[in-house]
Structures are given as C-alpha cells and as structure tokens.
Design a protein around this ligand. Structure first.
Ligand code: GRG
Length: 278
C-alpha cells in the first residue's frame, strides 16, 4: 500500500478504535485533539511495510501500529510541556497544554500510554508468546531504558555545561528518537519469530534511519527560524559536514535494503527519501 493510501486507511481505523475506548471528558477531548487526523504516521507505516514484506498477520500487527502511534503522540504531548521543550505549537495548531492546560495535557499523555496497553490486550484475544514478547519489546523501547532515557540524556545536555560531540549526539538520538523506530522495524519480526541474526540486521537499518530522520528534523529548526537548541546537530557540525553525513547514511540504508531478502521490494527506501525531502 502506498503512503497516502495507508494514511487514509490508518486514520480511519485508528480514529474508530480510539473513539470506542473514550468517554466524554476533558482528557478524552485532549486525546482526540492531540492524536486524531494529524501527524505523518511514519512509525505505523514503517511497521506495516516491514510486516507486509515479511508476511505478518496484519490484524495482530494493526494493534501494534495503533499502540506505537499512541505512544509517539503521548511523548509529543509531554515533550511540548513547559517542563520539557516548552513548545506552544505542534502540527500547525496549539500544543495540547496550551489548549487544555498543563494538568489535562499531563493526564492526556498518561492516558494515551495506558490506552496503548488496553488496545494491545483487548484487540487480539488468545495471543501467543511471540505477541507477549513483542509487547515487552515495545515498552522496553519506549520506557526508562529507551525513549525516556534519550529524553533524559537530552535534558542533561541542555542543562549542563558538558562537552558535546557527534558521538554523544548519536548516543542520545539512538534512544530518544531511535528506540520507537526500532520497535516499528522489529516488532513484525518478533511476531513472526524470525531469527536473531535477521533482527540484528533490521536494527542496523532502523538505527541509521533514525539518525537520518533526526538530523533532517534538526535542520528544519533553522529553515523554520526556530531556536536552535544546544543538542541540535547544527551546534556540533557545519552544514557541509551534516550534508555529507546525510548522504552517507542514506547510501548505507539503500545498500542494506538492497541486500535484504525481504525488504528490497518494500517501501522503506521511499519512506527514507520522503523524510530527506520533507
Ligand atoms: C514522559 C515526561 C515524559 C516525557 C516524554 C520521551 C519524550 C518525552 C519525548 C521524546 C519525543 C521526541 C520529541 C522525540 C523526537 C523525535 C521527533 C522529531 C518527533 C517528531 O516526529 P514526527 O515528525 O511527528 O514523526 P508527527 O507529528 O509527524 O507525528
């Protein structure tokens, strides 16, 4: 399925499922406001594409596609709050705490994380060990040793006068941005109980993808005249060096995809090119 078709397909099902779980409340309204009808849906699309390439059960996988997007959305709601990045706008509209207040935004993020578990445990009944392992992987990647660790590293770098080089940047990015992409790439293989060697190879592609994605995102801060934060790559390398890194990472991803028995015909290369251009 191409990206535009997938987005329509995903948004329709995602919205239906989320609405089914929500009551009438401010927190429910904040969840709808922050997670429906917006966002690029890259993580679920990657998961779907990898799942299709490897022959995954798409019904089981869809629960994970929904869960990963909810986790991503919760992280953005919390990331925008004054105690974190303090952003007033997200996806072209007021950020959730600006619209609903900090207390509701905090609860909205917490509720989205919980909702992701509720959805995973109720959409698919009679699940097997592989399903449980995939769930464990998802929450390890998003949790304290994964995405949250990356955010903590980012905060430390922002708030302390420490030497900050490209290697430190990579360590932080691989966690903050990369762990959720790891989950998007790897979960279909866990569900299919593919061998560890294959998973290791996908993690390499996924790490390279995350670095490319985050570097492009950092560069946008300059073109959009936003404050360049201390942990932005623009504070570490000059633009010429950054562009040369991007070229190398992109070529590496192309090489790895070309040589992967399952992914060589997938749309992952197109998603990477889309990220480079947008
Ligand atoms: C638990 C208090 C608390 C906070 C969690 C972990 C965390 C805060 C935030 C990390 C999230 C973050 C800002 C990651 C950076 C990755 C990034 C550039 C996200 C934007 O992703 P896109 O471009 O967003 O895919 P859309 O809007 O398209 O979904």
């Amino acid at each position: 399925m191409n990206y535009d078709k997938y987005k329509v397909f995903f948004d329709e099902k995602y919205s239906y499922i989320i609405n089914k779980f929500l009551d009438n409340s401010n927190v429910a309204d904040a969840i709808k406001y922050s997670s429906l009808n917006s966002g690029k849906r890259l993580r679920p699309y990657i998961m779907h594409e990898v799942g299709c390439a490897f022959g995954c059960d798409l019904k089981k996988l869809f629960a994970f596609e929904t869960a990963i997007e909810l986790i991503h959305n919760y992280s953005l709601v919390h990331d925008d709050m004054p105690c974190m990045d303090n952003d007033d706008y997200r996806r072209g509209k007021e950020s959730t705490h600006k619209k609903f207040g900090q207390n509701i935004a905090l609860l909205c993020g917490d509720a989205m994380l919980n909702l992701s578990v509720e959805i995973l445990t109720s959409l698919n009944k009679n699940t097997d060990m592989a399903y449980n392992t995939a769930m464990m992987y998802l929450y390890k990647m998003s949790g304290n040793s994964g995405m949250i660790k990356g955010q903590e590293m980012d905060l430390y770098l922002q708030n302390n006068d420490v030497f900050y080089c490209y290697d430190e940047y990579l360590k932080m990015i691989i966690r903050k941005t990369g762990r959720l992409f790891n989950a998007a790439f790897v979960i279909p293989l866990i569900l299919l109980e593919r061998p560890k060697s294959e998973i290791k190879d996908i993690v390499k592609i996924s790490n390279a993808f995350s670095i490319l994605f985050q570097i492009v995102d950092d560069l946008k801060d300059k073109t959009e005249n936003k404050t360049i934060e201390k942990s932005n790559i623009l504070n570490i390398l000059c633009e010429e060096e950054i562009n040369s890194k991007l070229k190398k990472i992109s070529a590496y991803i192309d090489y790895k995809l070309k040589n992967n028995e399952f992914l060589h015909k997938s749309k992952i290369g197109e998603i990477k090119d889309y990220c480079l251009k947008n």
